[in-house]
Design a protein around this ligand. Structure first.
Ligand SMILES: *[C@@H]1O[C@H](CO)[C@@H](O)[C@H](O)[C@H]1NC(C)=O
Ligand SMILES: *[C@@H]1O[C@H](CO)[C@@H](O)[C@H](O)[C@H]1NC(C)=O
Ligand SMILES: *[C@@H]1O[C@H](CO)[C@@H](O)[C@H](O)[C@H]1NC(C)=O
Ligand SMILES: *[C@@H]1O[C@H](CO)[C@@H](O)[C@H](O)[C@H]1NC(C)=O
Length: 496
């Protein structure tokens, strides 16, 4: 059990001790509902035990990335498992990205662009006004997805014969997988790996314009007309980046045992507005051309991932259900639909607990429009009413620490924790409609700007659109399992 060390100079009059005393009063109200057999370890006070039950006490250094990569040895090797790395961390395979320090201003700006794009995508869908061919997509007829630049996590796959390694951002909010393709007849942005060259792959084929797949792609997307026999694709992202080119197939190699002949993807000839150095995107949404659907025969629409706790460690993206005994630690909650045609993964969030206390937020606040879980959004968003309740409860629990103005307006609850060897902050739990209570990992609660710890912020924000988004900071270090066929998403702690 971790020792609580409020500060290096602990005296009974420190603010932290006052906090402990105050907390024990609050908690004593809930004590009666605890199991009567609740045993106290010798030497532990009741307050301390209860306090630990509802809080994380962490050395902030453990939440910061190291300068060198320490790959995780976990991950289920029985499944098709790809290593997940943070784009900007020391485990990235792209040296140029690795060299650039994390620019948090940029990351949070891109994150807001993604949220804005999700918001308008969802509200247009809900208002039945999603005909992009008549609105912003006049110049680029398109299927529409959320900003890709924000998704911080990448995997490396093999494409073609002989196979070429490509590092792709993976995104549960997008369907079509695409990569930049030679000859880049319009425009390719700089990427670190050699750009995929279809003419050098013996297994590459263009999808024919009158094939079923081309018709399906175009029907579902208001796409443009065929040019000759090749089938065009376009994806426009909400931040005005877009990719367009030929709809194609080639051999996709995930691992030596997981090879998919005839995998459909976009061979991008004009790729504008991306600047992350990756080769493209791997789409994991619910749509027909996502990798989840295309590999359904082998993996039965089951995938899972673990996002590493810091940028200097690794996680995994695995396809297929875990074999052997089912992991009892996995808690599953059902996937709901925001609207029947939306391809995003929606969950039935109904409440939030902070410090073991249920926040008083009417469940209806979350029910309309609903909650999506998204691998590409960094900071979780909540309807304003829910965010305010969360923030107030967090601030109350953190009363002993100095609240300071944050460096970015998105995050409004920041502390200067530079003088504290360890910090104690409340546990946060998400409560779902089917009774599942999910405790977030300690790494998923605060956002740390740098090693000085002068700006440590609550990693949540409000969303004026009332849509709740379960973002990737809050998913860190958990195994997140998507059982699409079973209509459920599961979570297991300590996944990476
Ligand atoms: C970080 O990104 C912001 C926003 O794009 C930019 O204005 C700033 O110059 C960048 N900072 C560094 C150090 O590159
Ligand atoms: C695919 O289509 C493009 C555009 O028509 C063409 O330039 C290219 O040669 C085609 N590739 C193959 C392998 O047919
Ligand atoms: C379209 O399909 C028909 C039959 O389904 C085929 O005969 C024709 O050659 C195809 N057109 C092109 C341009 O490939
Ligand atoms: C969501 O809606 C689609 C289309 O109506 C349906 O096929 C699918 O089963 C729904 N999923 C769930 C989990 O309800």
């Amino acid at each position: 059990m971790a020792a609580i060390s409020p500060s290096s100079s602990s005296s009974s009059s420190t603010p932290i001790m006052r906090y402990f005393t105050g907390l024990s009063l609050i908690l004593s109200l809930t004590l009666c509902s605890l199991d009567k057999g609740f045993a106290l370890a010798e030497g532990d006070s009741k307050e301390r035990l209860l306090h630990q039950q509802y809080t994380h006490t962490v050395d902030l250094r453990s939440l910061l990335p190291a300068t060198t990569c320490s790959p995780s040895t976990r991950g289920n090797k029985r499944m098709a498992s790809l290593e997940v790395v943070h784009k900007h961390g020391p485990c990235s395979h792209l040296p140029q990205l690795k060299a650039t320090a994390m620019n948090h201003t940029l990351i949070l700006e891109q994150d807001q662009a993604r949220v804005n794009s999700l918001n308008s995508r969802i509200s247009k869908r809900l208002n039945g006004n999603e005909d992009l061919s008549q609105s912003e997509a006049t110049t680029v007829p398109a299927r529409w997805a959320s900003s890709q630049n924000a998704g911080n996590y990448m995997v490396t796959v093999g494409l073609g014969t002989p196979k070429k390694q490509l590092s792709l951002v993976f995104d549960t909010g997008s369907d079509l997988t695409w990569t930049q393709c030679q000859p880049c007849s319009e425009f390719c942005y700089p990427q670190e790996e050699p750009i995929f060259d279809p003419s050098a792959s013996s297994s590459y084929t263009n999808v024919s314009c009158n094939s079923t797949e081309c018709v399906q792609l175009r029907t579902s997307t208001e796409s443009d007309k065929c040019l000759g026999d090749t089938c065009p694709y376009s994806v426009t992202y909400g931040d005005s980046s877009y990719t367009t080119g030929y709809f194609a197939t080639d051999k996709l190699t995930l691992t030596p045992n997981d090879v998919f002949v005839g995998f459909f993807f976009g061979c991008g000839q004009e790729n504008v507005g991306f600047y992350d150095g990756s080769a493209g995107l791997l789409g994991l949404s619910l749509n027909k051309f996502s990798i989840v659907e295309q590999t359904a025969q082998k993996y039965s629409r089951f995938f899972s991932y673990c996002l590493p706790p810091t940028a200097s460690s690794t996680g995994y993206l695995s396809f297929g259900a875990p074999s052997g005994a089912s992991n009892a630690a996995v808690k599953y909650t059902r996937i709901t639909n925001l609207s029947s045609s939306l391809e995003l993964y929606c969950l039935d969030l109904v409440g939030i607990n902070v410090n073991g206390q249920k926040l008083s937020i009417p469940a209806s606040v979350f029910s309309s429009p609903g909650t999506i879980i998204d691998s590409g959004t960094v900071i979780s968003r909540l309807p304003p009413t829910a965010y305010t309740a969360l923030r107030d409860a967090f601030r109350a629990a953190m009363i002993s620490y100095p609240l300071v103005p944050g460096p970015e307006k998105l995050l409004d609850t920041c502390y200067d924790l530079s003088g504290y060897p360890t910090v104690t902050y409340p546990k946060i739990e998400f409560v779902f409609g089917d009774g599942v209570t999910l405790e977030l990992d300690a790494t998923g609660i605060v956002y740390i700007f740098d090693g000085s710890n002068k700006q440590v912020c609550l990693a949540f924000a409000g969303n004026d659109n009332d849509i709740a988004i379960f973002g990737n900071t809050q998913q860190k270090n958990m195994e997140v399992l998507y059982d699409v066929a079973g209509g459920r998403v599961g979570f297991a702690p300590g996944g990476c």
